[in-house]
Design a binder for this molecule. Structure first.
Ligand SMILES: *Cc1c(COP(=O)(O)O)cnc(C)c1O
Length: 443
């Protein structure tokens, strides 16, 4: 198992996160349950913030990419840690604003921002919109004019860096739906276009090459491409960007096929990026841009685990043994989406030797509803508490009510104390928006 400061096995042989016994958490709150370790989240936010400040001074900001895990409490933590956030929808923006997050530290992304989302962003006076289409630039300009404001924007550009990660989480290949390509000239053309808009202030560029990436060289190459592009734009259009947002994408540990990075090793990504920005700026005689990074997964991913209760166990002789849990793709759709790998642990017998090769199945009516395939586990029994590790990112945020299963609640653990940050759904919630036309009503 991937032991670390706040995830360990206690003297009772139980898994413990942030000082809380996971078996007790399962008894108290029920399962399935998402558990988040506040100390880990804060430590990661601080590592990025402090490293950027140390290497680059006041001329930068960390944005937490909140699509990884969005709820009011996480925005409170980000605000307390004095970092910014990015949002990718009106719903995330609303949640952040309801949590009292300062609008000027919010960046908005999305390849197809809807008219009303642009309106909401402008009404809230958010810091910056990262524009990703011509029609969106037009819309921002019109809406800004209506409100008598000048909206700051960045343009999302595609540096054409193919990072080594799952094809579905690569975002800077030539056929990506995201960004304007540097290579084919569209990034330059859209820059010229945005500069003609009177109610828009183009501040610079954004790029995000993908997710779950470990190689520093992919990130460094993206910096080089962006700075090279910046130099060309300055020469051709006389426009020198003042901001560069390099996105996120730093990988996390899911299974022992992944590296397990320490906070200091995450700091090295920031150091490498900053070094390259400085080097490129010097070589190309450019002013140092205000620098932003947007880690999401690496802030919350390893901070979270999901607790389940083991139910049916089915052995297909000579083929497979399925351990079914009370959750599944409705709380973690990542295996179904990307065949993502996870590490399950028996939380109530965390010390026991693994003796069996099993697959963890969810309870949805889908054969593809799996959480892990061919993983080692001690002999599990109905009623055991199964923990799946590293589920803090893109699990709750991707959860759904398929089969009318209830999305599990989230608890936040700090110094052994746990409390809800997202309370349990009820069956009532499931039918809250259901309407029965008069003619179908049962009298
Ligand atoms: C998803 C995303 C991020 C965060 O990616 P992680 O892999 O979670 O760090 C940052 N910026 C943008 C634009 C994104 O879409």
């Amino acid at each position: 198992m991937n032991e670390r400061e706040t995830l360990k096995i206690n003297e009772r042989g139980h898994l413990e996160l942030g000082g809380a016994d996971c078996v007790e958490l399962a008894q108290r709150f029920g399962t399935p349950l998402y558990v988040f370790d506040e100390a880990y989240i804060r430590r990661m936010m601080r590592v990025y913030r402090d490293t950027l400040a140390r290497e680059y001074g006041e001329n930068g900001m960390v944005l937490y990419a909140s699509k990884a895990f969005s709820c009011k409490a996480i925005y409170r933590i980000a605000d307390e840690e004095n970092i910014g956030i990015d949002v990718v929808s009106g719903g995330e923006l609303y949640t952040a604003l309801q949590a009292g997050f300062p609008a000027e530290k919010i960046y908005m992304h999305g390849n197809n921002k809807l008219d009303y989302e642009i309106g909401e962003a402008l009404d809230a006076k958010i810091g910056c919109i990262v524009a990703d289409s011509y029609s969106e630039i037009d819309k921002i300009d019109v809406e800004a004019k209506k409100r008598g404001i000048i909206q700051k924007i960045l343009l999302r550009i595609n540096p054409g860096v193919e990072a080594h990660t799952h094809a579905f989480v690569q975002t800077a290949t030539t056929d990506s739906k995201f960004g304007f390509s540097i290579q084919n000239g569209t990034a330059e053309a859209v820059t010229a276009y945005a500069l003609t808009k009177e109610n828009i202030l183009l501040e610079g560029y954004h790029c995000h090459i993908g997710s779950q990436i470990f190689e520093k060289k992919s990130f460094v190459l993206a910096v080089e491409k962006c700075m090279d592009f910046t130099a060309k734009i300055k020469e051709k259009l006389g426009f020198e960007p003042t901001k560069l947002n390099l996105g996120g994408g730093y990988g996390v540990w899911y299974t022992d096929e992944d590296k397990k990075l320490s906070p200091e090793e995450y700091a090295e990504y920031v150091e490498a990026l900053v070094a390259e920005v400085k080097k490129q700026a010097k070589e190309r005689k450019l002013a140092l841009p205000f620098l932003l990074i947007e880690p999401g997964r690496s802030i919350v991913g390893e901070a979270g685990i999901t607790l389940y209760t083991v139910g049916s166990i089915k052995e297909i002789p000579g083929v497979k043994k399925y351990i079914a849990i009370d959750g599944g793709m409705f709380d973690n759709p990542r295996y179904a989406l990307y065949q993502s790998k996870y590490t399950p642990v028996l939380a109530n017998r965390a010390n026991e030797e693994t003796t069996e090769l099993v697959s963890i199945a969810g309870k949805c009516c889908e054969s593809g509803d799996l959480i892990a395939v061919n993983v080692d586990l001690p002999k599990a029994e109905r009623g055991d508490i199964l923990a799946v590790l590293s589920t803090g990112a893109y699990n709750y945020s991707m959860a759904m009510n398929y089969n009318r299963n209830l999305i599990p609640p989230c608890v936040l653990v700090k110094d052994g104390e746990a409390e809800y940050i997202v309370k349990p759904q009820t069956y009532e919630d499931l039918i809250r928006n259901d309407l029965v036309p008069e003619r179908l009503k049962k009298d």
